[in-house]
Design a binder for this molecule. Structure first.
Ligand SMILES: [Mg+2]
Length: 327
């Protein structure tokens, strides 16, 4: 791609949000399937957004990954300039938990919810303080990493992004592996939004793990940079602790592997989803980095046309970027 064709900030920001949504929707079709089953049912991989999966999703319907990313978007919108985005996001997440959400019966529970998310939000509902919530140490699922991206759009300084990423994760996932993974991921996205290369982004992520003194997250990023998605998808051999089944550092490594893969977004994302297991969440997390890297135009129009919140996310990208101007 020539210099003239490099996507700008607005295009990358939109790509990042739609990348989460598209990766979630693509992966939802094969969620929980082991690699071998994905290979037998979808020999060429899942290449279109068709829905289905264990929860019977309509094509393009948001699962918890996109819904909770939307909760952060709502949190930033509702808090506006100078408001408490952690509390506003916590409230939006409770709305989601309690059924005050598009396409849901009021009072109905989400079809798909992670254990730490449920525990953390239940604790928040009890304490009324988003900074006195969280599922506790030892719960290291990918449920906060999958939703953390909007902070990279909304905040202009590294300090603000890191502080908010940690606090927003800790509403549900307060284990340091989760909070630091979120902060590192947000810094990687911010670097890509600014036009940095994948190598620049990896360095930005690793520098966060140094500052926050969390070697396991640093190792996960470094490890991911050496994984090859096409080889993993062809062999089923991931070398990951939990085989990409929901552990936060597996998902982070896979997302970094995707980011460092020089092929176009579609090819990379299809291979991440082919691994099966927590395929919607792995797809969402990788999709966010790929969308920030390649811009919204890299996501097929036929995919975007099916995404439940495509219009809302398209409107949100410039709104979040505008918040960067506020103190
Ligand atoms: Mg999901």
């Amino acid at each position: 791609m020539g210099k003239d064709a490099e996507p700008g900030l607005a295009e990358r920001a939109l790509g990042a949000l739609l990348g989460v949504h598209a990766g979630d929707a693509l992966g939802a079709t094969v969620e929980f399937m082991p690699w071998a089953e994905v290979r037998s049912v979808h020999p060429d991989g899942v290449r279109e957004i068709v829905g289905g999966g264990p929860f019977g999703w309509a094509a393009g319907h948001a699962t918890d990954d996109t819904d909770l990313t939307r909760a952060l978007i709502l949190g930033y919108r509702r808090a506006g300039a100078g408001g408490d985005v952690v509390r506003a996001t916590g409230e939006a997440m409770l709305d989601w938990l309690r059924g005050d959400w598009p396409d849901r019966e009021p009072g109905s529970r989400p079809r798909d919810i992670g254990g730490a998310t449920l525990d953390g939000l239940t604790k928040y509902g009890r304490t009324g303080d988003p900074r006195q919530a969280g599922a506790g140490r030892g719960k290291a699922g990918n449920g906060s990493l999958m939703r953390c991206l909007p902070t990279a759009l909304a905040r202009s300084t590294r300090t603000a992004r890191i502080t908010e990423a940690v606090e927003l994760s800790a509403i549900t996932h307060d284990d340091p592996r989760c909070t630091v993974a979120c902060a590192a991921y947000v810094e990687m996205v911010a670097k890509l939004l600014a036009g940095g290369s994948p190598d620049d982004a990896v360095r930005a992520g690793r520098s966060v793990t140094l500052d926050l003194e969390c070697p396991p997250v640093d190792e996960a990023i470094a490890f991911g940079a050496h994984l090859v998605p096409a080889t993993m998808a062809a062999t089923g051999q991931t070398f990951l602790a939990d085989e990409g089944g929901g552990y936060v550092l597996d998902s982070l490594s896979l997302a970094v592997a995707a980011l460092c893969d020089p092929r176009p977004l579609v090819d990379v994302l299809v291979d991440i989803v082919r691994l099966g297991m927590d395929s919607d969440t792995n797809g969402a997390i990788a999709g966010g980095l790929l969308g920030a890297r390649d811009g919204a135009a890299a996501i097929p129009a036929a995919w975007v046309a099916r995404l439940q919140f495509a219009q809302e996310f398209t409107a949100a990208a410039p709104e979040l970027l505008a918040l960067r101007e506020s103190p």
